[in-house]
Ligand binder design. Structure first.
Ligand code: FVH
Length: 290
C-alpha cells in the first residue's frame, strides 16, 4: 500500500545522459512519467518504456505536480522556465542541473515569485549509478518539497538534505567535485609518469587505489588543522615537501612529460620567491666542482 501511495506523476525535462537515467528510474519505480527534450528524438526509448511525451516544455510542466529539470547549465534552465509563466504556480520544481550557489538562489527566488516551490539538487553520481545505492543526491531549498517527495527522490539514490538555503546543494556539489578533480588530475599525472617507462597504467592501479584510500584517512585531521589555523606537524614538514617536490618537476622533464599540473602546485607549496632559490640551489648542485 505504501509503495502504491508513493507513486506520483512526475515530469522530467532534459533527456541528456543524466535526464534519461532519471526518467528511466522513475518509470522503473512505477511513477507516471512525462518527458520533454529540446531536440526531438531523445525520448523514443523512454516512450517505449511507458513515458508520455510532451510536445512542448509547458505541456511537460503542466502534466505533473513535480517537475525535475536536468539540463546543461542554468542558461538552459532559464530558457526552459522563462516561457512557463503562470503554469508554474503550485508546482514543485526540482532542479538537478549543475550550477553555482548564486544561480541556485536566483532561480529559487524567481520560481517562488511565480507561486511554485523550489528544491535544488546536486547529483553525486554518473548516470549508470542512478537508481542504485551508490548514488547520492544533495538537496537544499523547499523543505516542503523535500518532505513531500522524499520517497520518490530516494528512488534516484541516497538523499542528503542540506536545509532551506537553495544555494547549498550547488556549493556542496562543487566542493565535492573540487576534491574529485584534484584526485583525477593527480591520477592522470601518475599514469603519464608510469607509461613513460613503458609500464601499463592498469598495472599500477592495484597500488594507487589503496594508497589514495590510506591517504584519504588523514583528511579529517587536515580539516581540523585548517579550521583551527594550527599547522604545526609531527607528520611531514613543509620544508621536506618543498625539497621533495623538486623531484616531480625533474622526473617530468627527464621523461618528457608535461609539468603543467605539477608546477603550479609546487608554486603553492614553496612560494614563488623561495621556489627560485630552490631551483638555483638544485642547479648549482649539479655543477661539478673544479
Ligand atoms: N553525466 C554526468 O556524469 C554528470 C553527473 C553529475 C551531474 N551532471 C550534471 O547533469 C546535468 C546534465 O548532464 P548530462 O550528462 O545529462 O548532459 P548531456 O547529456 O550533455 O545533456 C544536456 C541536456 O541539456 C539540454 N539542453 C542544453 N541546452 C539547452 C537549452 N538551452 N534549452 C533546453 N535544453 C537544453 C540538452 O538538450 P538537447 O541538446 O538534447 O536539445 C540535453 O538534454 C549537467 O548540469 C551536468 O553537469 C551530469
Amino acid at each position: 500500500h505504501t509503495a502504491i501511495a508513493n507513486l506520483q506523476p512526475v515530469s522530467v525535462i532534459g533527456l541528456g545522459m543524466m535526464g534519461t537515467a532519471i526518467a528511466q528510474t522513475f518509470l522503473k519505480e512505477g511513477h507516471p512519467t512525462t518527458v520533454w527534450n529540446r531536440t526531438p528524438g531523445k525520448a523514443e526509448a523512454l516512450v517505449m518504456q511507458g513515458a508520455k511525451l510532451a510536445n512542448t516544455v509547458n505541456e511537460a510542466i503542466a502534466a505533473s505536480p513535480i517537475v525535475v529539470i536536468c539540463v546543461l547549465d542554468y542558461g538552459a534552465v532559464d530558457d526552459i522556465l522563462e516561457g512557463a509563466g503562470e503554469i508554474l504556480a503550485g508546482r514543485a520544481i526540482v532542479n538537478l542541473t549543475n550550477g553555482t550557489p548564486a544561480q541556485g538562489r536566483r532561480t529559487a527566488a524567481w520560481v517562488t515569485e511565480r507561486g511554485a516551490d523550489y528544491l535544488d539538487g546536486g547529483i553525486m553520481a554518473v548516470p549508470q549509478m542512478i537508481g542504485t545505492s551508490g548514488a547520492l543526491v544533495l538537496y537544499s531549498g523547499s523543505e516542503k518539497v523535500f518532505q513531500a517527495y522524499q520517497p520518490m527522490l530516494k528512488g534516484l539514490g541516497a538523499v542528503n538534505d542540506l536545509g532551506e538555503d537553495p544555494g547549498l546543494a550547488s556549493l556542496y556539489d562543487l566542493v565535492l567535485l573540487s576534491a574529485m578533480y584534484g584526485m583525477f588530475g593527480g591520477f592522470f599525472q601518475a599514469t603519464a609518469m608510469i607509461r613513460s617507462e613503458q609500464i601499463q597504467a592498469e598495472a599500477f592501479t592495484e597500488l594507487v587505489v589503496p594508497w589514495l584510500q590510506a591517504m584519504s584517512a588523514s583528511l579529517p585531521l587536515m580539516a581540523q588543522a585548517v579550521d583551527a589555523g594550527e599547522h604545526r606537524t609531527n607528520v611531514s614538514s613543509l620544508s621536506i615537501n618543498q625539497t621533495g617536490f623538486v623531484n616531480f618537476i625533474e622526473v617530468c622533464q627527464e621523461q618528457g612529460i608535461s609539468t603543467e599540473l605539477m608546477t603550479p602546485i609546487q608554486g603553492l607549496i614553496t612560494g614563488s620567491e623561495k621556489l627560485s632559490l630552490v631551483r638555483k640551489r638544485k642547479h648549482l648542485k649539479k655543477i661539478p666542482k673544479a
